[in-house]
Design a protein around this ligand. Structure first.
Ligand code: B4P
Length: 191
């Protein structure tokens, strides 16, 4: 059983690396960004609330995302483990994840933090915006706000896992395979 938190600023490569990790380790991938975009596409009430935040580059409320995680965990009992992509993004979310996992006799195994500087993040997201159709990737002001929100509200999550001795930094610049190799080395230690 391995429960991995994949952490990093917007555009650090979380989604990209998650796909490779799922393929190698057979974990269940939970991306709060993907879950929120699915709600937006289906135009649910939750999706409409999320869209108002995401369009501005702000975080969706803790209650909403914690509820989504709870549902995903309940729907996947018997999994070999989970990869949490883009969650937790606040200390309150990190605390809630610990409680939810404890109820299931599980815990976070390791938190891997992808390290990438702001100019590279901006470049990657604007590039993705040209092909993804994601409105939040097409506007430089929105991207910069996402990075500011990351620095103010999400970076403290690193300290939360550091205090638990679970945080590991991974250089997020280089080829996708090189970065995956570094991630695999850390995952193997937790197996
Ligand atoms: P997310 O979907 O999590 O989006 P993201 O952090 O912006 O980026 P993502 O993780 O998908 O990008 P990646 O690094 O893989 O969140 C979207 C929004 O939803 C948030 O802004 C927030 O409003 C809301 N939300 C989500 N979770 C929430 C939570 N827990 N609480 C509150 N709100 C929440 O890749 C980026 C690009 O870089 C790709 O195009 C990729 O091809 C490229 N790339 C990857 N690796 C590369 C490499 N090594 N070299 C060059 N390019 C690379």
């Amino acid at each position: 059983m391995i429960n991995l938190v994949l952490f990093g600023p917007p555009g650090a490569g979380k989604g990209t690396q998650s796909d490779l990790i799922v393929e190698k380790y057979g974990l269940i991938h939970i991306s709060t960004g993907d879950l929120l975009r699915a709600e937006m596409k289906a135009q649910t009430d939750l999706g409409k609330v999320a869209a108002a935040k995401i369009e501005k580059g702000e975080l969706v409320s803790d209650d909403i995302v914690i509820g989504m995680i709870k549902n995903k965990l309940a729907a996947n009992t018997g999994a070999k483990g989970f990869i949490f992509d883009g969650f937790p993004r606040t200390t309150a979310q990190a605390e809630a994840l610990d409680v939810l996992l404890k109820e299931l006799n599980m815990s976070v195994s390791v938190m891997l933090s992808l390290e990438v500087e702001t100019p590279e993040l901006l470049k990657r997201l604007l590039e993705r915006g040209k092909v993804s159709g994601r409105a939040d990737d097409q506007n430089e002001d929105v991207i910069m706000n996402r990075i500011s929100v990351y620095n103010a509200s999400t970076l403290p999550v690193k300290e939360y896992y550091k205090a638990q001795g679970k945080q590991q930094e991974i250089k997020g610049v280089g080829s996708i395979q090189e970065i995956f190799q570094a991630i695999s080395t850390e995952c193997d230690k937790s197996l």
